[in-house]
Design a protein around this ligand. Structure first.
Ligand SMILES: Cc1ncc(COP(=O)(O)OP(=O)(O)O)c(N)n1
Ligand SMILES: Cc1ncsc1CCOP(=O)(O)O
Ligand SMILES: [Mg+2]
Length: 219
């Protein structure tokens, strides 16, 4: 297997859904299925926060969600937990600045997709040099889904990165909805990643369709 091509990565980032059991108001399996029906392009398993599953339960839950993604051709990315990603042969890993070093993770995962969080130009340059396939930039807007989130930066941070030569795929994250997604895309992002806009929506299916439409209208 070779590293994912840059253009394919950009297409996969368009509507990137992130979810764990604590984010869902109804069955996570139903939420993920609706999100796939609605048109998500990538999925991140992020089992984190108060009440999150651990150990064997986390492993089994990951396997069940992965099976749903595999059936529908949606790549399955694991947040933080590199060992879990390797154990279940996930399609990739997302790590942040407080997680394992990106170069070490690249060594461990070979050609799997590597996403790295970046909050400024120096972090974005370092992530690209370490072999990231994409960077997640945010929080763009205030978020309730991450207790230790940094201050919101606005879409201007993505524009700043693009204006300073960052050409690897970028996905915006944090407080993104169908109402503000066009600002994120117009700032130079290849896509948007969301938790609550889909997981907390009364209809994850409709919410996803709205996001997909907005993103495709602003490519
Ligand atoms: C696509 C994407 N971008 C950023 C993050 C945040 O990662 P991190 O900073 O490591 O925070 P946690 O998600 O681990 O709490 C992400 N998960 N996905
Ligand atoms: C994981 C993460 N990293 C930065 S903001 C955030 C949470 C995004 O969740 P939401 O889309 O509900 O604001
Ligand atoms: Mg992390």
């Amino acid at each position: 297997m070779a590293r994912i091509a840059r253009e394919e990565m950009k297409q996969r980032l368009k509507v990137y859904f992130i979810m764990g059991s604590v984010n869902c108001k109804k069955s996570p399996f139903e939420v993920l299925t609706e999100a796939i029906d609605g048109g998500i392009t990538l999925f991140q398993f992020r089992e984190k926060g108060s009440g999150a599953l651990v150990g064997e339960q986390k492993y089994e839950f990951a396997k069940q969600l992965q099976a749903i993604c595999q059936k529908r051709g949606i790549p399955f990315i694991v947040n933080d937990d590199v060992e879990l990603a390797l154990a279940i042969d996930a399609d990739g890993v997302h790590i942040g600045q407080d997680d394992e070093d990106a170069r070490v993770v690249r060594e461990k995962i070979g050609d799997k997709i590597l996403g790295v969080s970046a909050h400024n130009l120096a972090e974005a340059q370092a992530a690209a040099a370490a072999g990231a396939d994409y960077i997640g930039v945010g929080p763009i807007y205030p978020t309730k889904s991450k207790a230790d989130a940094k201050q919101a930066q606005g879409p201007g941070m993505i524009r700043l990165l693009r204006d300073n030569g960052i050409d690897i795929p970028i996905v915006g994250i944090g407080g993104i909805t169908a109402e503000n997604a066009s600002e994120v895309m117009n700032a130079g992002a290849d896509g948007v990643s969301v938790i609550s806009a889909i997981a907390s929506a009364p209809s994850p299916l409709l919410a996803t369709k709205q996001l997909v439409q907005t993103v495709l209208n602003n490519e």
